[in-house]
Write a protein that binds this ligand. Structure first.
Ligand code: PRP
Length: 209
């Protein structure tokens, strides 16, 4: 049985369609209900809908053999997993943003609000810039407006949230996309099944180019 952790939401639905094309269909997943686990015994596959930021936890601990997680989560939490394939979906970027008149005064510690504490720390450590991290859990864009922070480190997709809050990108840290990941020991013991998925998905990603 191949256990697959899918990120709940639109991205997860697209990803499931790729698994379906790879031969791992599970029709019951399309039922309109609140179930979180779906299984197709004939195809030897079981899917779990999990919070996108939790996929790598299920995979790292072996509750799922494979899953799909954003590169943002992989960079932030460095889970001990194999990253098998860039799915070229869920594309966005991790960026530093601030108010339009933001000026970086190097003599002062920079106040940075973010959900992505490690990404922000690593980014500024590489520039030898002293920062004070303010960890938030959402609506990060409010922080510079209220003077809670000087800048934010956050995901920018369309740029609409920044624009509508009179903020702008100061610099891009790294491009982000969804990745197929595997548990390390599952990869050892279910190599054939997992490689089948990887090969099919690779072909699907290519044909979408
Ligand atoms: C994310 C991110 C930005 C927004 C960017 O927030 O934190 O706020 O999306 O998207 P855009 O560039 O297309 O506007 P999310 O919706 O995940 O909610 P959050 O406030 O809980 O982080």
């Amino acid at each position: 049985m191949l256990n697959v952790a899918l990120p709940k939401g639109r991205l997860g639905e697209k990803v499931y369609a790729m698994f379906e094309k790879a031969g791992y269909e599970c029709p019951s997943i399309k039922e309109n209900n609140r179930k979180l686990i779906f299984e197709n015994e004939e195809k030897q596959v079981r899917y779990f809908w999990v919070k996108p930021s939790d996929v790598s936890i299920y995979v790292e601990r072996g509750a799922a053999d494979i899953g799909v997680a954003g590169k943002d989560i992989l960079l932030e939490y460095s889970p001990d997993i194999y990253e098998l394939l860039d799915l070229d979906m869920g594309k966005c970027r991790m960026a530093v943003a601030g108010k339009k008149d933001f000026y970086d005064d190097n003599t002062r510690t920079l106040k940075v609000a973010t959900k992505f504490v490690n990404i922000a720390k690593n980014h500024y450590a590489s520039k030898c810039r002293d920062i004070d991290i303010i960890k938030l859990n959402g609506s990060i864009e409010i922080a510079p407006i209220l003077g809670l922070s000087d800048v934010i480190v956050d995901i920018v997709e369309t740029g609409t949230t920044l624009k509508e809050n009179d903020l702008e990108v100061i610099e891009t840290i790294v491009p982000i996309s969804a990745r197929l990941i595997a548990n390390k020991s599952s990869f050892k013991f279910k190599t054939k099944e997992i490689e089948n998925v990887v090969e099919s998905m690779k072909a699907q990603v290519k044909s979408n180019d």
